[in-house]
Design a binder for this molecule. Structure first.
Ligand SMILES: O=C(O)[C@H](O)COP(=O)(O)O
Length: 249
């Protein structure tokens, strides 16, 4: 049996402000730091040990992983960063308030943008300052791969490609892996791990900073999965993510 742990980054500045974030590189809030540290201490208490870690190019996920590994005294393990684990690109919604967007376009439309499998958020144009090519991090990236907007469907393609090439072989070879990433890049991973349908994925919402543990068989099919932490607290956090009006605390 193989163990895999997924963790969505702790609360970010833009989670707190209720803004569409996507590839915008915003920092953790103090609460987000505490969530990450708490996740690390839970994993430590439960005697998890990791051999290798993966994260995105975005500091909210990178720092979450760092706080987790620091709590576990595992800062020395190899950490691989990739744009392929970045949050789904939210196109020209990035920077807009989720609440105001719902008032302008209606809650149904916002739910489609946020949770449907294949509805694309409105795209950026290449002269927009939010276009990733203007960001140093992506300067060596093949322009054909740089998104102007992504639905979950597109996000899954790049997450699955990285999973198949890099992560799955490490797990198969016996390594314990932790992945610190984002609400929708992790929903993508979960969609293919759990073999969810486009209808089933709509209702999956990931809380910030809570470790999700998978026990996988030799073919990497899930045998069991569970969140670490108090059930009531986790349910409340999931609800906040699911309902736009409750995202603000
Ligand atoms: O990019 C964002 O705004 C968040 O990380 C995820 O947002 P969502 O829960 O609205 O998809």
């Amino acid at each position: 049996m193989h163990k895999l742990v997924l963790i969505r980054h702790g609360e970010s500045e833009w989670n707190k402000a209720n803004l569409f974030t996507g590839w915008t590189d915003v920092d953790l809030t103090d609460k987000g730091i505490q969530e990450a540290q708490h996740a690390g201490s839970l994993l430590q208490e439960e005697q998890f040990v990791f051999d290798i870690a993966y994260t995105s190019y975005l500091k909210r996920a990178i720092k979450t992983l760092d706080y987790v590994l620091e709590e576990m005294d595992l800062l020395w393990i190899p950490v691989y960063k990739t744009w392929q684990l970045n949050e789904r690109h939210y196109g020209s919604l990035q920077g807009l308030s989720k609440k105001t967007t719902a008032e302008l376009y209606g809650e149904e439309q916002v739910k489609l943008w946020r949770r449907s499998y294949d509805v694309l958020p409105p795209a950026l144009t290449k002269d927009d300052e939010r276009y990733p090519k203007h960001d140093l991090k992506y300067r060596n990236m093949d322009e054909k791969l740089i998104p102007l907007s992504e639905s979950l469907k597109e996000t899954i393609v790049r997450v699955k490609d990285y999973w198949d090439r890099e992560i799955a072989p490490q797990i198969m070879s016996g390594k314990n892996v932790i992945i610190a990433a984002h609400g929708n890049s992790l929903r993508s991973l979960i969609m293919f791990l759990d073999n969810l349908s486009p209808k089933e994925i709509i209702d999956l919402n990931l809380p910030t900073g809570i470790p999700l543990v998978y026990n996988l068989d030799d073919q990497l099919y899930p045998i069991e999965k569970y969140y670490l932490g108090s059930e009531k607290h986790i349910e409340r956090k999931i609800k906040q993510v699911a309902e736009p009006d409750n995202i603000m605390e």
